[in-house]
Design a protein. Sequence first.
Length: 152
Amino acid sequence: MAEDPRSSALARLDAFVGEWTLEVDFPNGPKDASGRVTFEWTLGREYLLQRWEVPHPEAPDGMAVISAEDDGEGYVQHYFDSRGVVRVYRMTFRDGLWTLLRDAPDFTPLSFSQRYTGSFSEDGSRIVGRWETSHDGSTWELDFDLGYRRLA
């Protein structure tokens, strides 16, 4: 019997599980905005729960719940932060490349589009990535670099 595509997609997310240090570099903002993030399974391994804390007033703490699409090709990240911001991102993760994209209104109006692209190191101990924004949907500019370093 063939494996359920959604189960395969969820299994790929095991690469995230654990504790990480966030390494944030804002081009025009705080220089010491590092924090911690954990990824853990919840509700019978149906969802991946991401929680982060950044001890800097300009960087929000938050959490996200990640679910797999039924076709096993993509994911949805439901994002919540300490500013009261609620967003939904389309997500992909395959072959060590992690992407998040918000280019349509959801719980909040869309005044700009956002995307994150992160690449896992070969040994899975680091993610090097960046957040970008677009005000016209086609021209993207760096918002900030955001990397992860595995702790456990």
